[in-house]
Write a protein that binds this ligand. Structure first.
Ligand code: GAP
Length: 515
């Protein structure tokens, strides 16, 4: 675990050092849980967005995109349930004046019992060596069983408290299990209160009577309220989908783990409108398709898993998360929800406008059911960065840090390097870039030894480095070096666009999804 935390710290500092992610407002000591993407980060982020967008609107004839505004009529958030129910239970420590999410304190408490169990198992494994049977030990060791029972007892109380929205009981669990504030070390807690996660601001001047508006906490509602606009103007027939990428804002209280939980972040959401009664079939289809999208990137398949929800939101009749193994454990990257007709019906009710579809085959009108796929761009970015980060010891004893980013997503596709700064080699290198730059993000580098230049490109995940040497001037060939294998081959300059193009194209990924 400690080793994993180390790796995570290294990834965070690598992201900063190489221009992927900077803390926001850094010269003013930062702004908690807000981040800026740097020159490399924005390229990777744009490529992730393109991969998602094209997989939606190119691969599916019946999926179209929109780009709705961040500000929306405030009643939308009443209809969606966000005004009344988009809350976190908060508790303050009276001595440190620090605020915590009560549910997170309890989750951390349960994790401590898991840690204790794992430590017992590790200790016994060392003691008994090869003959050790970890499963049997977990089932029989009295200390393990005691800790397991405690954790289960807390879990049962916690689940019941959440189901009943019982804030007093949440506090009581914290008190009963003597949870202390990590800052003050005391158990002096306030009551638990609900805290709404939406940011608000005012629209219009105060003299005219300003209207309180919210910064959208999800992009989905912009799709729901445009459902009929798109259906009518696009002559869309059910089933069809509307996709959108955009910023969302949440006043997260526990903001930690870098870009995993941010206050300003980006979502890629698609709402797929279907006939009532057919939603579970479509839910299964989108569940499979979305996992294929993730897996097509080629990271180890065991890094992904589904987490099917047992407890469903009142408006959902099926829900699953796609979780990815981050350096701090398996975490949700994407949610796929069968949202029934909840949102459209609720908007019908609050707006007084009909949001129905006339189905010519059934010869009747209905409010469509919806399957939602919702993925965070930043979480996807973090998963790509952490799965790509690799420290290797080379044959000569040196180490290299390489980002094995899938070539289609890499920020820079090709670096062109003249072996020396003279004899016309820089000019030849520039000529090559002038040819390739229309298709690929290229970088020119003539400083330092070739070895150092390779290391710099490895650190940002550039899949190809081309070296221009004296032979290039004679026979119009260059060496192409492959990032992952570090192998080099001599190829004709005329073939470069084809060789690179095949490797960095998203087409290969899309074919895997469409299989
Ligand atoms: N429209 C459904 C919806 O918004 P959600 O599970 O709250 O569902 C969807 O969010 C996705 O948005 C999550 O799976 C996650 O990837 C991303 N996300 C949510 N909150 C986030 C935050 N504070 N920071 C970064 N990403 C977040």
């Amino acid at each position: 675990m400690a080793q994993q935390e180390d790796v995570f710290k290294k990834i965070v500092s690598h992201a900063k050092e190489y221009g992927f992610v900077f803390p926001s407002s850094e010269i003013y000591d930062g702004l908690a849980a807000v981040y800026d993407y740097g020159q490399m980060g924005v390229e990777l982020k744009n490529n992730i967005k393109k991969y998602w967008w094209d997989s939606m609107v190119l691969l599916n004839e019946n999926v179209v995109g929109i780009d709705s505004a961040i500000f929306m009529h405030p009643t939308i958030w009443k209809a969606s349930g966000h005004v009344d129910a988009f809350n976190d239970p908060l508790i303050d420590n009276k001595d440190s004046k620090k605020r915590y999410r009560a549910d997170v304190l309890i989750e951390d408490l349960m994790a401590k019992y898991d840690d204790k169990i794992n430590k017992e198992v590790e200790k016994a494994a060392k003691k008994f060596g090869e003959t050790f049977d970890a499963d049997l030990f977990r089932q029989t060791n009295p200390r393990v069983l005691e800790n397991k029972a405690k954790k289960e007892e807390i879990l049962a109380r916690f689940t019941a408290a959440l189901n009943d929205n019982n804030l007093e009981e949440l506090r009581q669990i914290i008190v009963d299990y003597e949870v202390v504030c990590p800052i003050s070390g005391t158990k002096n807690w306030t009551d638990v209160r609900q805290f709404n996660l939406m940011f608000s601001t005012e629209m219009g001047s105060t003299a005219d009577g300003a209207m309180k508006v919210f910064l959208r906490p999800e992009t989905a509602q912009g799709i729901f309220v445009n459902f009929l606009n798109v259906q009518k103007t696009g002559r869309m027939k059910i089933p069809f989908g509307i996709a959108q990428i955009g910023k969302a804002f949440r006043n997260e209280i526990v903001a930690r783990q870098f870009i995993f939980r941010m206050r300003e972040f980006e979502q890629m959401e698609m709402q797929f409108f279907v006939r009532p009664g057919e939603e579970l079939e479509w839910f299964e289809k989108w569940k499979q398709t979305r996992l294929k999208w993730h897996k097509a990137l080629g990271f180890p398949q065991e890094k992904y898993r589904y987490h099917d929800h047992e407890k469903l939101a009142h408006y959902a009749n099926a829900a699953t998360d796609i979780e990815f193994q981050m350096p701090f454990g398996f975490k949700e990257v994407e949610g796929i929800h069968s949202r029934t007709d909840f949102d459209l019906s609720s908007h019908e009710q609050y707006s007084g406008k009909k949001l129905q579809y006339f189905d010519p085959e059934l010869n009747k009108s209905y409010v469509p059911y919806v399957i939602e796929t919702s993925i965070g761009v930043d979480r996807m970015f973090l998963s790509v960065l952490s799965a790509s980060y690799c420290e290797e010891t080379l044959e000569n004893g040196e180490t290299r840090v390489v980002l094995r980013i899938p070539a289609a997503l890499a920020p820079v596709k090709v670096a062109v390097m003249p072996l020396t700064k003279k004899d016309g080699l820089p000019e030849k290198a520039r000529q090559i870039i002038d040819d390739l730059k229309f298709d690929f993000k290229c970088s020119y580098d003539e400083k330092d030894s070739i070895g150092k230049r390779y290391r710099r490109q490895d650190a940002i995940g550039t899949p190809f480095c081309l070296t221009v040497d004296h032979q290039t001037l004679e026979d119009n060939t260059v060496t192409i070096r492959h990032r992952d294998t570090m192998t080099q081959e001599r190829v004709s300059i005329d073939d470069l666009a084809k060789i690179i193009g095949e490797q960095v194209s998203m087409k290969t990924l899309f074919k895997k999804i469409a299989e």
